[in-house]
Design a binder for this molecule. Structure first.
Ligand code: HAM
Length: 418
């Protein structure tokens, strides 16, 4: 038997109602906020991710699924969506002049991480990218959408943390200071952080290893190095969030694991999840368009891990099951009339099904039971002769008789359809 790949899950039909809610809510809310859907390829040239996410990040160093194409070009399964959206934006000229463009996507991403609850090698993100505005209100709008999405799904135990990474020049000054500080603590740092001390010192701030946390306890704050305009931007984001009552706290350690960020960064964690409690995150990435060969274009966005949303999703957000009908038809005339009735029920938007593998009332009722059908239409040769159908409520066992020729519309009303 050939098995699936570790960390890459099937989503079974039983799990699909939750996925339905999570995806429908994402589409509806993103569109309410004025975002348009974009679909980008699942794989791209490796260099796209190396140049955008950064050569010294965990994703690029260890987690990418990279393989040569037949002509030797190095390709990679997308570990995230932002790089592909920016590439598509530049390549397809999606820019609308003097105005911003708001895009969203839902789809699978791939990272070769150690699988555990809430951490997969193929996982799904709902992401949005607000392209073309440097106004702090765009940050506020993205963060508000993120927060409202979780509220709509009634996820428990959420907290939103924010930080500002400033502009490149602010970060340069800070990095110098941080590297000198970290050098005095190098013995306490993990191997990874020590190795990246010069190239990517900020990562030491959010390294989860206890030694690194302790060593960085008294590290200087990035926010103390922000220029006046970076400070002003951050302040306006905070005020904007207060104005729409989105609760937040500031976390000076929040630096994010992708190199393209500048200014505002944010992350939402969910206490209902285990170790992998980051449920959505994002930030501003004003320099990425230029890095990838486009013109200078400010942008801000986020992505949400949908498997983590599913893990935290309360049952109460699931819609009640739609009442539906199992057509138990038997006998020659019964089966023929049953086929016609099935078709008219479906044309009337009533979910209806049958089982062609059995042909007696007893076995048909057993099939209906197995499928958890709330209602069964009984239709044998005798019923056809009498121009009748029997509607059986499978829970109460009550049976009602209706005329066969108007059965579809009567049953539709009986099930509560308007
Ligand atoms: P990220 O923080 O790498 O950001 O991922 C966003 C979310 O994806 C995480 O908060 C988590 O919920 C989910 N996630 C990440 N890795 C896994 C995994 N292995 N298994 C399950 N879920 C996972 C980004 O991807 C950026 N592109 C977000 C962004 C968009 N920034 C600006 N625009």
């Amino acid at each position: 038997m050939i098995r699936g790949i570790k960390g890459i899950k099937d989503i079974t039909p039983d799990e699909m109602p939750k996925w339905g809610v999570v995806e429908r809510t994402a589409h509806a809310l993103a569109q309410t906020f004025g975002f348009q859907e974009i679909r980008i390829p699942v794989f791209e040239k490796t260099e796209l991710f190396v140049h955008s996410i950064g050569g010294t990040t965990d994703i690029v160093e260890k987690e990418m699924y990279t393989f040569p194409d037949k002509d030797g070009t190095s390709l990679t399964l997308r570990p995230e969506g932002t790089a592909g959206v920016v590439r598509a934006f530049i390549e397809r000229g999606l820019k609308t002049y003097e105005s911003s463009r708001k895009l969203y996507y839902i789809g699978p991403m791939f990272r070769h991480e150690r699988p555990q609850a809430g951490r997969l090698r193929q996982f799904h993100q709902f992401g949005v990218e607000y392209v073309g505005s440097s106004d702090p209100s765009a940050d506020v709008e993205a963060i508000t959408l993120l927060w409202r999405y979780f509220s709509a799904l009634q996820l428990p135990g959420l907290s939103l943390e924010l930080n500002s990474l400033g502009q490149l020049a602010d970060r340069r000054a800070y990095k110098e200071e941080l590297v000198s500080f970290l050098k005095t603590k190098a013995d306490g740092l993990c191997e990874n952080c020590r190795r990246r001390l010069e190239a990517n010192p900020l990562r030491a701030l959010d390294c989860k290893i206890p030694g690194c946390r302790e060593a960085t306890n008294d590290a200087p704050f990035l926010t103390d190095f922000l220029s006046a305009s970076s400070k002003e931007h951050f302040e306006q984001v905070l005020q904007g969030l207060q104005a729409v009552a989105v609760p937040y706290s500031i976390n000076h350690r929040l630096v994010r694991g992708l190199d393209y960020y500048s200014m505002t960064t944010f992350e939402v964690s969910c206490s209902a999840l285990g170790a992998q409690n980051a449920i959505g995150a994002g930030g501003r990435y004003d320099g990425l368009f230029e890095t990838l060969g486009g013109s200078s274009t400010p942008a801000v966005g986020f992505a949400i891990g949908l498997e983590r949303v599913i893990l935290a999703l309360p049952e109460s957000t699931l819609p009640p099951p739609v009442p539906w009908v199992f057509v138990a038809s038997f006998g020659e005339k019964g089966r023929q009339a049953g086929g016609t009735l099935l078709d008219s029920l479906r044309s009337d938007h009533v979910k209806a099904d049958t089982d062609y593998n059995t042909s007696t009332l007893k076995t048909l009722l057993r099939s209906a039971d197995r499928l958890n059908a709330p209602y069964v239409v009984i239709l044998g040769d005798d019923e056809v002769d009498r121009n009748q159908v029997i509607l059986r409520n499978m829970k109460t066992k009550e049976q009602e008789i209706y005329p066969l020729d108007s059965a579809s519309s009567v049953i539709r009303k009986r099930l509560g359809f308007r």
